[in-house]
Design a protein around this ligand. Structure first.
Ligand SMILES: [Fe+2]
Ligand SMILES: [Fe+2]
Length: 578
């Protein structure tokens, strides 16, 4: 029989393809194994899955027949006689899932490309961790390389067999705050998978299945809790066309998933599970390797959101360092740094310098407010910031202070000789400038006025590594010495600029947690409302970045009450950071 005369999707073809399909064999391999064309293999598998054939879909588009279309798949738009039209959609159904209050619900969500094998090690570890946490496991799909006239719904793709029980192709509203856009079907070669999806949940959390990792903070009105739009990473092997877009996408292909926790009060916490090449991954101090979950693993670093000590949020300080900001004393070890025990902690914008910041030291109203509050002395603020850094250090953890623009406001103040006319602070201005000018006279280029001023506080020089502008700080292969205020060649810094370094970077400064390509951005530990920032919508949020020894990272986005994950840890017998 001539090869071209087969009946598309015939019972014989289905019987031949069935064992291979059941074993999760990709379509191209089925075609190669049976000596068929890709189209014939596709037809056989579509018939096995009860989907309409390509021919039926084509006829439907021409108005000749009305095939049975699978639920959730978009319907072909009626077309003029003889004219083919691409499939279009006019509405999308959203399935609402109630989340029970009073218990912690967990979901691990990843993504898969159609017709592509699974990373077996990662998949094994994901299923093991889901079982360990009693979390539901779900996989969102995306299709690749379909033609204009093919059905682009994720539901009509063919996915690896082991994923079948976990596939979620729909748009799911999980409780009031979280929307999983399982039908997004964004090409894996798309540079920014989040573009255009920020508003799809009316300001609530949005999660998109995609082969890349990305996260942005959704703008909101003052007083409302932070919400994020983010993508998942995937569990399938890279499979791209050998063209420029495919080759670029290969570089950014990310094995990953999101662990979504919904706390007893309905608050949503999401953090990244980032797999290493062998599919193992770390989640806080837990590691999942070869299908086995173990605890007590080291954390390389905690890169904290900007301190701004004078405006430090008491809830975030207590949750992060167990410290009472009123007394500067540690009152509990049930806090992030003692649970994670990172080898390094990296601190940004430690000094706020609000008492004589260049933005408003010329403002009579601002100075009057400082006077009324009794917060006019610069030396006091500098020493309080240094004392806070010392009080939040730990003997087993190297504390690094990354020189930042708010620290640098002290330097700007010293350069401004008019600032010496300030009778309250003239003595301090003169003292620090005298030390600085003496260093210049003895040609000491290492003198830094910020380090010098903060070093006057007992313990500072022993526990703090001051990372000046341009020095750099590498931890587990990740550059941590960039605050974020200074960009390339002295320009204004931004996370989008840093991704051009082609290096892993964790920065801060924007106060808005973000992931863009190799750049992670921590949030802020200070109050989300600081007067100058709450006159309109904003995107500030509390959050730190965890770096594991492998160099993989996770963003711990925090609720303003201090929670970084669902708090009811002990209630289920599973302690995430035990
Ligand atoms: Fe800052
Ligand atoms: Fe900053």
């Amino acid at each position: 029989m001539p090869a071209a005369s087969f009946i598309r999707g015939s019972l014989e073809d289905q019987a031949a393809a069935q064992p291979l399909h059941a074993a999760g064999t990709p379509l191209r391999q089925i075609a190669a194994a049976l000596g068929w064309s890709y189209g014939r293999a596709s037809e056989a598998v579509r018939a096995i899955r009860g989907l309409p054939s390509d021919n039926e879909l084509r006829q439907a588009r021409r108005g000749k027949t009305a095939p049975e279309v699978v639920p959730e798949a978009p319907k072909a738009e009626p077309a003029a006689e003889g004219k083919r039209k691409p499939i279009r959609i006019s509405k999308v159904a959203t399935r609402s899932v109630d989340v029970p209050r009073g218990v912690v619900s967990r979901l691990i969500l990843t993504a898969a490309q159609d017709d592509t094998p699974v990373h077996e090690g990662f998949w094994r570890n994901l299923t093991a961790y889901a079982a360990h946490l009693d979390a539901q496991l779900a996989v969102g799909g995306f299709t690749y390389q379909l033609g204009l006239f093919e059905d682009h719904a994720v539901a009509t793709g063919v996915y690896a067999a082991e994923l079948q029980p976990y596939l979620e192709f729909g748009r799911v509203q999980l409780g009031p705050d979280l929307l999983i856009v399982g039908d997004a079907n964004i090409l894996p070669t798309t540079a920014n998978p989040l573009a255009g999806w920020h508003t799809v949940n009316g300001g609530g959390h949005v999660v998109i299945p995609h082969a890349r990792r990305a996260l942005e903070t959704i703008p909101r009105m003052p007083g409302r809790p932070p919400r994020y739009v983010q993508s998942t990473g995937c569990c399938t092997l890279p499979s791209y066309t050998p063209r420029a877009s495919g080759r670029r996408a290969l570089f950014h292909h990310t094995y990953g998933a999101l662990l979504i926790e919904i706390d007893v009060d309905g608050e949503v916490f999401i953090r990244e599970l980032a797999a290493e090449d062998d599919g193992s991954f770390q989640d806080l101090t837990a590691r999942v390797d070869s299908g086995v979950v173990t605890y007590g693993h080291a954390v390389a670093a905690l890169v904290c959101g900007d301190d701004h000590q004078a405006a430090m949020d008491p809830n975030i300080a207590l949750a992060t360092w167990g410290i009472d900001v009123r007394t500067n004393r540690q009152v509990t070890s049930d806090c992030l740094i003692d649970l994670l025990r990172p080898a390094h902690q990296v601190r940004h914008d430690v000094l706020d310098f609000r008492r004589r910041n260049h933005h408003d030291r010329g403002s009579v109203h601002s100075r009057a407010r400082m006077l009324a509050a009794g917060t006019t002395n610069v030396e006091e603020e500098v020493h309080a910031a240094a004392a806070f850094l010392v009080a939040t250090s730990r003997p087993w953890c190297q504390t690094h202070q990354v020189e930042s623009n708010h620290d640098d406001a002290l330097t700007r103040w010293l350069r401004d000789l008019k600032a010496a006319e300030d009778e309250e602070n003239a003595y301090y201005h003169a003292e620090l400038n005298a030390a600085w000018l003496r260093a210049i006279r003895r040609r000491d280029d290492t003198f830094n006025p910020i380090r010098h001023a903060m070093g006057a506080v007992g313990g500072y020089d022993n526990v703090v590594d001051f990372v000046g502008y341009g020095r750099g700080l590498r931890i587990a292969g990740v550059e941590c010495g960039l605050h974020g205020d200074i960009g390339i060649s002295g320009s204004r810094g931004s996370p989008n600029q840093f991704r051009r370094l082609g290096d892993k970077v964790v920065s801060a400064h924007t106060h808005s947690p973000k992931i863009v390509e190799g750049v992670y951005v921590a949030g802020v530990s200070a109050s989300l409302s600081q007067g100058y920032n709450d006159r309109g919508p904003g995107a500030w949020a509390n959050g730190h970045v965890v770096i594991y020894p492998s160099g993989k990272r996770a963003l711990l986005c925090m609720h303003p009450d201090g929670r970084a994950w669902a708090e009811a840890r002990g209630q289920e017998g599973v302690s995430l950071a035990a």
